[in-house]
Design a protein around this ligand. Structure first.
Ligand SMILES: [Zn+2]
Length: 83
């Protein structure tokens, strides 16, 4: 029996795996921001209202936000903060 050792760079695999996971999480968040946002309904978050420029908006059920100043509602673009 012969043993042939072939080298695999596990770091490279891990990096590719990590990139794939991040990609899939990011596209999932884009499609279903409500998955995260429904846990934060009623909370005030930092985002700029595109209508009046207010920098605080309130999270709504269903993946949107509402500006408490002018009542403008918008969809949220979730950006994961990887650490
Ligand atoms: Zn506003």
């Amino acid at each position: 029996m012969a043993t042939f050792k072939c080298n695999f760079e596990s770091k490279k695999f891990m990096k590719e795996l990590e990139r794939d996971i991040k990609k899939s999480v990011e596209s999932d968040l884009k499609k279903h921001p409500e998955k995260i946002l429904n846990d934060h309904v009623g909370e005030t978050i930092s985002a700029t209202c595109s209508s009046c420029g207010n920098v605080k908006v309130v999270v709504l059920r269903g993946g949107g936000v509402r500006c408490p100043k002018c009542g403008h509602t918008a969809k949220v673009n979730l950006v994961p903060d990887w650490r």
